[in-house]
Design a protein around this ligand. Structure first.
Ligand SMILES: *Cc1c(COP(=O)(O)O)cnc(C)c1O
Length: 428
């Protein structure tokens, strides 16, 4: 049997396979550049591990209070070095990305302060955190005000709007690097740097916070290198390398991290407690793998864009555009096509390949959401996954792929499902 036969055996037609081959052959230069970037980021990680003398003992966890947890404390130094922060918190007790962001905000804002987003409305789950939707325990309930500056139509920063929204009470300004569930562009680290420069020229003492979810290791530098004060992300996305089973991180200025540690545990206990349990081996090994895993996911995203653009679908970013995160939005136009796409991704998954994803009312989201994720770590979107809210333009947000071959197979399976559902065809 040759490769095409294996695909056929998996339910992917010869035409779809050949279309995939023709698309892939156009991506050689792009993929080579991504491999080089992975190499650069791999050196950063390995250097930080060498410098901080990561030892075999660091892989063993602690229990109970977790005092003197060498593995945890050393890993936090490794993260701080790789991301150019003064300090870091990297903990299994940070349950997800939303929690990491909420922790960063609650711990660095005080009653009477204003929190400002300058990249339009933040990620959906932050509506409840901020209190855009009334919610128990929100920042609004604690007397933290919220304002936002929307982006311009071409999804660039609106500097006039930013100037108008910042005032004496502005304490923290947020920039979300990745588009999340919006069909805007994601920001490059350089674009983020320009915006930070502008914000600080208006109010030098403002703290700039970056929602760094999905951005780690996609470029050769990270937001703290262009003036951000602190940033946060999820370990079941890029930096966990697919191995971390839980966790989040916050990296940045010493004071921001101290505030976060005191809020995560308790004032006075701060970073000294928080047993790492069994998580350390996966945190270290995942971080070590993260540059190449992120590169695989990025290749998958580019392959997906090229495949679906070739069939007339609008993709954000476009196949040939520069990338600043691992998310690929494919606007599928109809709810049926969005569901078929997700069913295809699910069918190509290592876990739960036989189940059919269905739209549901997911906590924290205002529209129904369909999700395909047959992952080793539940809900981990660094693994091959797709999701999308059931609202116009019915965009599937495709992301992840621990290996590029798996991402490719998943995308071709999604295409096959669209064809089988009569939603598209190769002969247009
Ligand atoms: C995923 C994500 C979040 C939230 O992370 P969860 O782990 O899903 O809570 C926040 N912001 C952005 C941009 C994200 O992509």
């Amino acid at each position: 049997m040759n490769l095409a036969d294996f695909y056929l055996d998996a339910g992917i037609s010869r035409e779809v396979y050949e279309y995939g081959e023709s698309i892939e052959s156009q991506l050689t230069d792009r993929f080579n550049a991504i491999d080089k970037l992975a190499e650069l980021n791999q050196i950063k990680v390995i250097q930080a591990m060498r410098k901080n003398r990561v030892s075999y003992d660091c892989l063993n966890g602690t229990t109970g209070y977790g005092y003197g947890d060498v593995g945890r404390d050393t890993l936090e130094k490794v993260y701080a070095d790789v991301f150019h922060g003064e300090d870091a918190l990297v903990r299994p007790q940070i349950t997800c990305g939303t929690h990491a962001i909420a922790l960063a905000l609650f711990s660095n804002l005080r009653p009477g302060d204003t929190f400002v987003s300058i990249a339009g409305k933040p990620y959906d789950t932050l509506d409840d955190v901020i209190g855009i939707n009334p919610c128990k325990g929100s920042l609004a309930e604690y007397g933290v005000k919220y304002k936002q500056a929307d982006l311009k139509d071409d999804s660039s920063f609106d500097y006039d709007a930013i100037r108008n929204v910042i005032d004496d009470t502005t304490k923290v300004v947020e920039i979300q690097r990745s588009k999340g569930y919006a069909t805007r562009k994601s920001f490059s680290v350089d674009e983020i740097g320009e915006a930070i420069h502008f914000v600080k020229s208006i109010k030098p003492d403002v703290l700039v916070f970056i929602d760094n979810c999905y951005g780690e290791f996609v470029e050769d530098k990270e937001p703290l290198e262009v003036g951000a004060d602190f940033m946060a992300g999820s370990l079941i996305k890029n930096p966990g390398g697919g191995l971390a089973p839980i966790g989040g991180y916050i990296v940045g200025k010493e004071e921001c991290i101290e505030n976060a540690a005191n809020r995560l545990t308790s004032p006075g206990l701060g970073r000294e407690v928080g047993a790492s349990l069994e998580a350390m081996r996966s945190f270290y090994q995942g971080f070590f793998l993260a540059p190449t895993v992120t590169a695989s996911a990025e290749k998958g995203a580019i392959f997906a864009a090229k495949i679906f653009e070739g069939l007339g679908y609008t993709c954000v970013p476009k196949a040939d555009e520069d990338r600043h995160d691992i998310i690929q939005a494919v606007e599928l136009v109809t709810p049926e096509a969005l569901c078929a796409f997700c069913e295809g991704i699910q069918a190509a998954s290592p876990i739960d390949s036989y189940v059919k994803p269905e739209p549901w009312d997911m906590p924290g989201y205002s529209d129904q959401v369909i999700m395909a994720a047959g992952t080793f770590v539940s809900g981990a979107s660094i693994e091959l996954s797709a999701d999308g809210p059931l609202r116009d333009p019915y965009a599937a947000y495709f992301q992840g792929g621990l290996t590029y071959p798996h991402a490719k197979i998943g995308i071709l399976m999604a295409l096959q499902y669209l064809i089988n559902a009569g939603e598209t065809s190769l002969k247009k």
